[in-house]
Design a protein around this ligand. Structure first.
Ligand code: SF4
Ligand code: SF4
Length: 179
């Protein structure tokens, strides 16, 4: 996401973007006064170029494509600190989660998240059992395979059915288009 810009083209503005965010639950987002408190308390912003205030500003300007396609959208650790500190009581974290949901619906997802989602669909675990885990479990005196979808084909089928019915699989596959 560009840190600043001189000109915003008309065609980059989607006036329905903020309406959709408000409708999805971040109902006070329009009251943002751009004070920057959210950015100053953000632990993610301390280590990266992510600026919460900037994200909110861009959303308010209707820069839908720019916001949804930006990897910055995924840098929030959902710690809720900004939500606690915002003087306008804007549910900032919720707004970010809403925008993430929109991003995935539009086919944007970080490759790392897509890989983890594919593993989840395939095995029922975002981090499936590997040889190192098996070894560690053996050393701890545990059964080599945990009593999860790893041990039950039926449970895995049920979990995969949930992914199918909730269109999770569809959403994840859709994100391949943007890679
Ligand atoms: S703390 Fe609240 S009012 Fe201030 S910039 Fe962030 S979202 Fe806007
Ligand atoms: S919830 Fe996200 S944006 Fe807000 S302070 Fe925490 S990491 Fe930063």
């Amino acid at each position: 996401m560009a840190i600043s810009r001189e000109i915003i083209d008309d065609e980059d503005i989607d006036p329905t973007f903020v309406d959709a965010i408000v409708k999805a639950g971040a109902d006070r987002i329009r009251t943002c006064i751009q004070c920057g408190t959210c950015s100053s308390v953000c632990p993610s912003g301390r280590r990266t170029a992510f600026r919460t205030r900037e994200l909110i500003r861009k959303a308010l300007l209707g820069l839908k494509e720019e916001v949804l396609s930006s990897p910055d959208l995924w840098l929030c650790a959902t710690c809720l600190t900004c939500l606690e500190r915002c003087p306008r009581q804007i549910r900032v974290t919720e707004a970010i989660i809403i925008m993430r949901n929109m991003a995935v619906a539009e086919g944007y997802m970080l490759p790392q998240h897509r890989k983890a989602s594919e593993k989840l669909i395939r095995t029922g675990h975002a981090v499936p059992l590997d040889d190192a885990n098996r070894e560690m479990r053996r050393e701890l005196g545990l059964s080599e395979i945990p009593p999860t979808t790893h041990a039950s084909e039926e449970a895995l089928k049920q979990v995969q059915e949930i992914f199918r019915r909730t269109h999770f699989i569809e959403l994840v596959r859709k994100t391949e288009e943007h890679e």
